[in-house]
Design a protein around this ligand. Structure first.
Ligand SMILES: [Fe+2]
Length: 370
């Protein structure tokens, strides 16, 4: 039984799929966000049902797809307890066992690359993440790394595994795919035959540049990759829209209002503002009115009276439907109009409850009730 080894060329990351031949249940280790559709296709083609998405650590060089993959495939996420990945549903301690079908994986805490890093043992295989690499090891100079801890993890934890254990690394930059504990113990240039002091000196002399994607990857990976602003800070970005100036995050809209750049117009009904809550600094100009949701015949006149021509207008509604209609109309009236994404209450969750998935209130912006 071998794992399926998958490779991401952009980050030289190996992702592994482990399968139970009887139940066809599977585990994925260190999935990469840009390979989500490939990984789903592999699962589909092999007829596998994914039960666990595992991380060896919070990566600095790529963003995980664990959160999305878990949701799309109906799996659960698990991550080392020491990595601070709070969104993972299972926090793994040293020695933890994860079952899939009649198979099991054991987690080994192997600090060094990061303080929380883990390796995973399955049958006579070990998935070593960025702890043990083929003829190398993960760097120890950032992200809670420690060369003495790495030396201990390599020599006292991993090299105590049976010598015929296959080593499956988290990366390889030379196209090598696997090794064994016996080979690494005998030949690994960083650690074989070295004292701890020699190893620490080797690691200190590496002088590696920081990973290119560290500043975006680490925060995203601490949320299982479930971060809409992983690539750009969406709270500061204007997304151009067809027919009006753009869509903006509630926080950016609020910044503009505070700086006097924009007028905030709440286009919900009087009833919604009265019963659900309102933003004290917003101008209330309903797009439609309850009961009956009839269009507000005075919308244009009220809007032009409220918004000076040089000022932006940002529209807020419940979840971003009426505010788009209002932004389109305001543009026709010659205003620089923006829609506030997510609205006052955000999108409904799977219980149809609003307020949990984004929105003005969710982001902690000012509002009142009554
Ligand atoms: Fe790493």
């Amino acid at each position: 039984m071998k794992p399926i080894q998958l490779f991401d060329t952009a980050s030289s990351t190996y992702t592994y799929v482990l399968t139970d031949p009887q139940s066809h249940q599977a585990v994925i280790i260190d999935p990469v966000d840009t390979q989500l559709s490939r990984d789903l296709q592999v699962l589909r083609e092999q007829g596998l049902s994914l039960v666990w998405c595992l991380e060896t650590h919070a990566h600095a060089d790529h963003i995980t797809s664990a959160g999305k993959l878990a949701e799309l495939a109906g799996a659960q996420t698990a991550a080392p307890a020491g990595c601070g990945i709070a969104t993972a549903s299972h926090q793994l301690e040293h020695g933890a066992i994860l079952k899939f079908g009649s198979e099991q994986i054991q987690a080994l805490h192997t600090p060094g690359h990061t303080a929380g890093s883990m390796c995973f043992v399955w049958r006579d295989h070990v998935f070593t993440g960025d702890t043990l690499l083929i003829n190398g090891c993960g760097r120890t100079d950032f992200q809670s790394g420690s060369a003495p801890a790495m030396f201990h993890s390599l020599t006292e934890v991993l090299f105590k595994l049976p010598e015929n254990t296959t080593v499956w690394p988290g990366h390889d930059y030379q196209g090598k795919t696997s090794s064994t504990i016996g080979i690494e113990k005998a030949t690994n240039a960083r650690v074989a035959g070295k004292t701890e002091a020699e190893f620490v000196a080797i690691m200190a002399a590496l002088n590696l540049p920081p990973p290119k994607r560290m500043s975006e990857a680490v925060p995203a990976n601490l949320r299982s990759g479930l971060r809409h602003d992983a690539h750009v800070d969406v709270t500061k970005q204007v997304n151009p829209a067809a027919g009006y100036a753009g869509d903006v995050h509630p926080k950016l809209a609020w910044d503009w209002v505070q700086q006097g750049e924009a007028v905030l117009v709440d286009v919900r009904t009087d009833a919604e503002r009265a019963w659900v809550g309102f933003v004290p600094d917003a101008v209330a100009i309903a797009w439609k009115q309850w009961p009956g949701m009839v269009s507000n015949a005075n919308f244009d006149a009220e809007l032009l009276a409220a918004v000076p021509p040089e000022c932006k207008v940002v529209f807020l509604c419940r979840s971003g439907v009426r505010s788009v209609a209002a932004a389109l109309r305001a543009t026709e009236l010659g205003l620089q109009a923006y829609n506030i994404l997510e609205g006052f209450e955000g999108d409904p969750d799977n219980l149809a409850h609003r307020g949990q998935l984004g929105g003005w209130r969710f982001h902690g912006l000012p509002w009142r009730q009554g």
